[in-house]
Design a protein around this ligand. Structure first.
Ligand SMILES: [Zn+2]
Length: 238
């Protein structure tokens, strides 16, 4: 008497397996948004680091120091022009030489940093361009993903209606046991097949009495080892 119910169970399980594929499709659709979102967050952080890097180059401080030295250089030169004694002249020339060396060193640093600053600005511009462009594609992807997910969900919902109808057709004892085992086994399979006296999931052997009564549809049985609801092979060709 249980054989028609077993046949429904086989169909229910097959439908649930198909649902899993659509659910996977939904998660990979969602992943598309997450992946792009992650890349955008990462880029935003990189921009912040680059801004900090540029700030740490202290370009304006460097420039101020150069201006101070340049003013000092100019002043020393005018003082040199007004020098009366040879001693004064030598002293000014000495100071001018020191300022010139310092100025050259500072200018050297300044130009290296200026070049780096230009590189950083160009990197920032590229990243901002990505952020801008990806914001537009993110919106497009979101619309696309929402559409695809609703299609998948519709398929799942329709299938669930069929699953519900089939479940209601199961004989009461089988239905309650199936639902109970399913709950317990989640996310693993709730059913297994009895093939050549063996459970298809855990491969444990059952005795002939169990096998015969199950295959003739006289009883419902769960695997003594893995507790899955056993479906007789005979139900497949019923
Ligand atoms: Zn088993």
């Amino acid at each position: 008497m249980f054989l028609p119910s077993f046949r429904h169970l086989i169909e229910i399980e097959a439908l649930k397996k198909q649902n899993q594929q659509n659910e996977q499709q939904i998660s990979s659709e969602n992943k598309r948004i997450c992946d792009l979102g992650d890349r955008r967050t990462k880029t935003q952080l990189q921009i912040e680091t680059l801004i900090l890097d540029e700030k740490n180059l202290n370009l304006s401080t460097n420039q101020q120091q150069i201006e101070i030295l340049q003013a000092r250089f100019k002043k020393l030169n005018s003082q040199l022009a007004l020098a009366v004694t040879e001693k004064e002249q030598i002293a000014f020339e000495g100071q001018i030489a020191i300022v010139q060396t310092e100025l050259a060193a500072l200018e050297n640093i300044y130009f290296i940093n200026l070049e780096r600053s230009e590189e950083i600005e160009s990197e920032i511009a590229d990243k901002k361009e990505f952020l801008y462009g990806s914001l537009l594609s993110l919106e497009t992807i979101k619309t696309e993903v929402a559409h695809n997910i609703s299609l998948e969900q519709k398929i799942i919902d329709d299938r669930n209606l069929r699953i519900l109808a089939l479940t209601d057709q199961l004989l009461p004892g089988l239905k309650s046991l199936y639902l109970e085992i399913e709950k317990k086994m989640l996310p693993k399979k709730a059913v297994s097949y009895l093939i050549d006296k063996k459970c298809s999931e855990c491969h444990m052997q059952v005795d002939s009495i169990l096998k015969n009564s199950l295959e003739e549809g006289r009883t419902i049985e769960s695997c003594p080892t893995c507790s899955r609801l056993l479906i007789p092979e005979t139900a497949k060709i019923y």
